[in-house]
Design a protein. Structure first.
Length: 459
């Protein structure tokens, strides 16, 4: 509904996992890399835990796309299976033919033979179990036994458990100690902090095709951060509702008004992070009471200050009447206060002032876009208002020493209704290649949280 209003090509805040919208900030990208390493290096059972809506399923889906081509993936989204049924489910995922009345021991033997054959052909099998906290205890014990399958001192089946914090409580039980000992890597998906939330919202908007300045004000960000508790699903819900509220009012910016409307329309569970409270807009009576208290406190402070000031004036007048000027007390702050020059009116840069580096990079970007395919990728370094040409020129001067291959480009866009400059870097065949290049960027180019984008987004 609001896509055209904000110049979006698709909804930016869907709650269903969409791997192109994977946010690799807030340690998510590092966790993904560590998971891939553990899986491909026979590291035993791996566990990923996080609160409801923290992004576990998204991480799992992206992991499935990032694993090597010689990996056979077995994904179980419904873990509430019995000990026997899970063996049948794994066999079915591997397309192993079984008799209708096959006994559990026969299924296990067929599974082992299949994995041995697959391993001999250079393939690696990975079992990904989502919502593992819902698994019955007997099924978890079967998972432990499956981790024993080996050939030539190599694991035949790598296992990754994704679950809510309840999974940690289950594994802490005495009867689960054998399984817990098999877990070699534990990853926790921590909630996003406020700065990460700002980057997350900006990334999702731009991944959906938005090219303008950030639409979320600081006040709105603060409210969304506090109410969402840093959980990505809640952030998505609140951001989506905020955009809808802005569209309904004809606004292109998300202020505290739209954020409050989104919060009022959302009902989040109080059981998540029970030690934290979800913020809701203050009732009018409560807000008025708080304002009254603040006014009373300010009044009291003012009266106290006035009395003290009058006493100080009376004392100074008495001293001045009986002592020479040189003996008068001088306040320490005034004696040591630095002298500041009178404020000067900033000089305006004439509109005709040339910015050679900016103009050269604009021409380079225009030529590059004319001959580059839509499915190519680049790294978005920075966007800013057109009035900041001097800032762009200074940035390009400093960045030029890191740009030996002339990969820095500047483009001008007015799709948001307000002209803005964008600074981009590189040309890559895939998003993965752009992400790898991003990690190698010098600090000078990486200081503004760059992210990968596709060329079609500039057209």
């Amino acid at each position: 509904m609001y896509l055209d209003h904000f110049g979006l090509q698709e909804p930016p805040f869907r709650i269903t996992p969409h791997t192109e919208f994977f946010f690799d900030g807030a340690n998510r990208g590092a966790t993904l890399d560590a998971l891939a390493y553990a899986i491909t290096h026979d590291e035993g059972i791996v566990k990923v835990s996080g609160e409801v809506g923290s992004g576990k399923t998204m991480l799992c889906r992206v992991l499935m796309e990032r694993l090597p081509e010689n990996t056979t993936i077995i994904y179980l989204a419904n873990p509430s299976l019995s000990r026997e049924d899970i063996l049948y489910a794994i066999a079915d995922e591997l397309h192993i033919e079984l008799a209708d009345n096959a006994r559990t021991s026969h299924v296990l033997r067929a599974l082992q033979n299949h994995l041995i054959t697959s391993f001999s052909e250079g393939r690696r099998a990975v079992l990904l179990i989502d919502e593992a906290h819902a698994m019955p205890a007997d099924t978890l014990e079967e998972i432990r036994l499956l981790s024993n399958l080996e050939a030539n001192r190599h694991k035949l089946l790598q296992i990754v458990l994704f679950g809510q914090p309840e999974l940690n409580d289950i594994l802490a039980r005495a009867d689960m100690r054998q399984l817990k000992e098999r877990i070699t890597h534990n990853f926790d998906l921590e909630p996003l902090v406020r700065n990460d939330i700002a980057s997350y919202l900006d990334f999702r908007m731009r991944a959906a095709g938005y090219r303008g300045p950030s639409v979320f004000t600081e006040a709105a960000l603060k409210m969304i951060a506090k109410t969402s508790l840093g959980l990505t699903r809640r952030i998505n819900i609140l951001a989506d509702k905020s955009l809808l509220a802005a569209f309904a009012s004809g606004s292109h910016q998300i202020s505290i008004k739209e954020a409050r409307a989104a919060i009022r329309d959302s009902e989040f569970s109080q059981a998540t992070y029970p030690h934290k409270k979800i913020s809701t807009p203050l009732r009018r009576s409560t807000a008025l009471a708080i304002v009254a208290l603040v006014i009373a406190a300010i009044t009291l402070v003012g009266i106290t200050w006035l009395v003290a000031t009058r006493q100080d004036v009376a004392t100074n007048q008495t001293v001045s009447a009986t002592a020479p000027i040189s003996a008068l007390p001088i306040k320490k702050e005034a004696a040591n206060a630095p002298s500041y020059p009178a404020p000067s009116t900033p000089s305006k840069t004439p509109a005709t002032t040339p910015y050679p580096l900016t103009q050269a990079r604009l021409a380079s970007a225009e030529h590059w876009l004319q001959q580059t395919a839509n499915d190519r990728w680049f790294i978005q370094l920075w966007t800013t208002d057109v009035t900041q040409q001097a800032e762009i020129e200074r940035f390009l001067e400093k960045a030029s020493e890191y740009d030996q291959d002339n990969q820095l480009r500047v483009y001008l866009s007015s799709l948001s209704g307000k002209p803005r400059y964008g600074i981009i870097y590189g040309d890559y065949p895939t998003r993965e290649a752009a992400l790898k290049a991003k990690k190698l960027l010098p600090d000078m180019l990486a200081k503004n949280n760059p992210y990968p984008r596709q060329v079609i987004r500039l057209r």
